[in-house]
Design a protein around this ligand. Structure first.
Ligand code: CUA
Length: 309
């Protein structure tokens, strides 16, 4: 089904039926609304009080009209309930042969772990024409995983697993959003969802492992994007939610308590692992402590990358 004013083009097996239900409810509501308002306006005009002295005749109830306005809305509501309940079940129960990917939400980043242990951040790769089940959890606050093109949306909680499934119908790149307000970087908590044709997905998965020989600053540049450092730290001197990386390395920073510190390797390392330890003057202590799981090599990569700016 093509996109419309109301909905983007669907790209999952269930999208068409969800859209049909959506349009049914929308148009039924629109028709009823117009009908009720038109009848109300007409009757108000037709039976308005024309004279202050006028005393209206008592009206006898009309059984036919009363039964009609009870039975018709009941049927309408039952249709929507049955249709919606069936779709809800279809959306909730993933087929048993689904490909399973673990999803971790954190402020403000999406991380995906595949069955072979490969981890990607900010990018989810899945095969097309095969059911995919996402098992999701959060390391901090409530997030919500939303892929408009697949018509799926599910809360991601810190204290329990939630899941969502879909089967993509074409290979393309889709947008993933976080749709639960989760702090300063909420609107930048995005990921792209890439669907690969069968066979190509397996190829991607094999090549996705981190290249051990990648030079450190290059690894840092990749992490800067993947771990979403870029949503708070600019590279062009603009202050964001956090200080810019431009000219940061080796600079003398004034901290919130008035003391000064040189932004050397040790300071940068501490600031990544323990963001609250030393806050630069003028900034809030909002950086999430989610970077403690970076490896030594990844830390060196990020520091090397910052040094280059
Ligand atoms: Cu995560 Cu909003």
């Amino acid at each position: 089904m093509d996109g419309s004013f109301w909905l983007p083009e669907g790209a999952s097996t269930l999208a068409a039926e969800i859209d049909s239900l959506f349009y049914f409810v929308t148009w039924a509501s629109a028709i009823l609304f117009v009908g009720v308002v038109a009848a109300m306006a007409y009757l108000a005009m037709r039976y308005r009080r024309r004279d202050v002295a006028l005393v209206p005749e008592p009206v006898e109830p009309n059984k036919f009209i009363e039964i009609t306005w009870i039975v018709l809305p009941t049927i309408l509501v039952l249709i929507v309930f049955n249709w919606g309940f069936k779709l809800f079940i279809d959306l909730s129960v993933a087929p048993p042969d689904s490909y399973e990917v673990q999803v971790r939400g954190s402020m403000w980043n999406w991380e995906f772990e595949y069955p072979n242990g490969t981890v990607t951040a900010g990018e989810l790769h899945v095969p097309v024409d095969r059911p995919v089940r996402l098992v999701m959890s959060s390391v901090d606050v409530l997030h919500s995983f939303f892929v408009p093109a697949f018509r799926v949306k599910q809360d991601v909680l810190p204290d329990r697993y939630s899941s969502v499934w879909f089967q993509a119908t074409r290979s393309d790149t889709f947008q993933v959003y976080c749709t639960e307000y989760c702090g300063d970087g909420h609107s930048a908590m995005l990921a792209s969802l890439v669907t690969h044709p069968q066979g190509e997905f397996e190829e991607w998965l094999e090549s996705a492992g981190v290249d051990e020989d990648m030079p450190l600053p290059e690894l840092g540049a990749m992490l800067y994007e993947q771990r979403a450092c870029n949503s708070c730290h600019s590279l062009d001197g603009t202050p964001g939610i956090g200080p810019t990386f431009e000219g940061l390395y080796g600079a003398t920073e004034t901290l919130a308590d008035g003391s000064t510190v040189e932004a050397d390797d040790n300071y940068l390392r501490e600031s990544i692992l323990e963001p609250g330890a030393a806050i630069v003057e003028g900034y809030q202590n909002v950086m999430p402590p989610a970077y403690g799981n970076l490896s030594e090599r990844e830390l060196s990569g990020l520091i090397g990358f910052i040094e280059e700016q």
